[in-house]
Design a protein around this ligand. Structure first.
Ligand code: HEC
Ligand code: HEC
Length: 196
């Protein structure tokens, strides 16, 4: 009797695992993206502060990010583990789903309206992060309205060399950091936080 029960449980478990696997193969964009909602919020509007919003960023940026997490080329606390459960087709679907949502502007009104940050951004960053980093077609993520604690970690990862954001960006970021130190980085973050 005991053995039968164990077998039954094992069969049940394997059918659950199997249907899970087959679901990942042919799941709709929405079904796949629901699994992200617990952390990234309904429709990709995260409640922050260390989990970025995904809504309204480009399909390319989101799917490339997932590939980079999967290969561990991009550092993360948890995304690498999550990305390993999916393939490139799934990433494209997730990207399409979140790209179609309206970009979320986090309310971080405590941020100082930094004039220095505005100047630094215009001079060094706007070229690739236009509309203060809200133009999806730049394929470079979201700055204004993105959760600032998350952005802060991202810039720390860039400056300590653990995340590669491209040679040209690194040149600008290092220049700003060398000249103005943490204060300039904070001025940029305050500027992004003050946008709504
Ligand atoms: C358990 C919480 C959690 C879940 C579930 C989760 N994420 Fe994340 N996600 C994070 C965190 C935290 C980060 C910041 C990187 C890190 O530390 O892992 C992140 C970062 C990202 C980024 C980078 C965004 C940017 O601005 O560069 C993308 C893209 C992303 N996640 C997509 C997804 C997708 C798609 C799913 C669903 C398959 C998902 N995430 C599920 C917590 C989660
Ligand atoms: C030459 C183009 C270029 C310039 C100049 C540039 N960036 Fe970027 N930036 C990018 C690209 C491309 C990415 C996406 C990198 C990736 O795929 O991981 C990025 C990513 C980022 C991210 C991470 C976004 C996220 O969601 O994780 C932050 C933060 C950022 N840039 C801030 C800045 C700041 C601040 C400046 C100015 C000091 C700047 N960038 C200048 C091209 C640029």
């Amino acid at each position: 009797m005991k053995n039968k029960k164990t077998l039954g449980a094992a069969l049940l478990l394997s059918s659950v695992v199997f249907s899970g696997a087959s679901m990942a193969g042919g799941a709709s964009a929405e079904a796949l993206s629901v699994t992200c909602a617990g952390c990234h919020g309904y429709n990709g509007a995260s409640t922050g502060p260390a989990t970025p919003s995904l809504a309204g960023m480009s399909e390319t940026y989101i799917s490339d990010s997932m590939k980079a997490y999967k290969s561990e080329e991009r550092p993360s606390t948890i995304m690498s583990r999550i990305a390993k459960g999916y393939d490139d087709d799934d990433f494209a679907k997730m990207g399409t789903f979140f790209a179609a949502q309206k970009m979320h502007m986090a309310d971080q009104s405590a941020g100082n309206k930094s004039k220095d940050g505005k100047k630094l951004h215009k001079k060094n960053c706007e070229k690739c992060h236009s509309e203060i980093g809200t133009e999806a077609s730049d394929d470079s993520g979201q700055l204004a309205g993105q959760w600032v604690p998350y952005l802060k970690y991202s810039l720390e990862d860039a400056l300590d060399g653990s995340r590669d954001m491209g040679k040209k960006m690194m040149k600008k970021l290092k220049k700003v950091h060398k000249k103005g130190g943490e204060e300039s980085i904070q001025a940029l973050l305050d500027y992004y936080a003050s946008q709504k």
